[in-house]
Design a protein around this ligand. Structure first.
Ligand code: 5CA
Length: 164
């Protein structure tokens, strides 16, 4: 069987994230947790923080432009697609799990903000800026890292928006 690029990678998806983070100037440590960090609630429990301080990395297709975009969203927030659509001037379509894997090389629950297989336009929820540090997935559903929201925005070249 022929494996795709992501799964046959020698460094794996966590290593791919870590390399991209370093290349973007982030000093991060990948923490492999003994428990699941697949959802914001699980990640918050594992990290001893609140869901609000967890970064969800959500993939949407922009309907008009055809681009795929990554939304870095506080774990307490649900994206108001209508509001975000008018803010960015395009309609949002939630990517399914297969599309997420193809464009990012990560499985749902482990999608990292950096290290995707394709270059993604990024947007960041302004509510994350309320915190000194936030926690995000590091490429696997039991791997996380912490970072200042400002450094994360800079490294991903994210535009800051209100998502709610
Ligand atoms: N590891 C945590 C944060 S550290 C994490 O990845 N959280 S997350 O919120 O970014 O990833 C889970 C998200 O994946 C859920 O919020 C959900 O919106 C999305 N998701 C779950 N199942 C699917 C699916 N089948 N298709 C598309 N998105 C999905």
């Amino acid at each position: 069987m022929v494996e795709n690029t992501a799964s046959s990678s020698k460094i794996g998806s966590t290593g791919r994230f870590a390399a991209a983070a370093r290349a973007a100037g982030l000093e991060i440590t990948v923490h492999r947790m003994p428990e699941s960090t697949r959802t914001a609630v699980e990640a918050a429990a594992a990290c001893g923080t609140s869901p609000a301080q967890i970064v969800k990395s959500l993939v949407f297709r922009l309907a008009e432009s055809g681009e795929t975009a990554l939304f870095l969203v506080s774990g307490k927030n649900r994206v108001d697609e209508t509001k975000v659509a008018s803010a960015i001037g395009d309609r949002l379509e939630r990517a399914d799990a297969d599309h997420v894997r193809v464009v990012t090389g990560f499985a749902i629950g482990g999608v990292a903000p950096l290290g995707s297989l394709t270059s993604l336009r990024a947007y960041m929820d302004r509510d994350l800026l309320a915190f000194d540090r936030v926690w995000a997935a590091a490429g696997a559903p039991n791997a996380v890292f912490s970072v200042t929201p400002q450094a994360l925005a800079r490294a991903t070249d994210a535009k800051i928006i209100a998502v709610t």
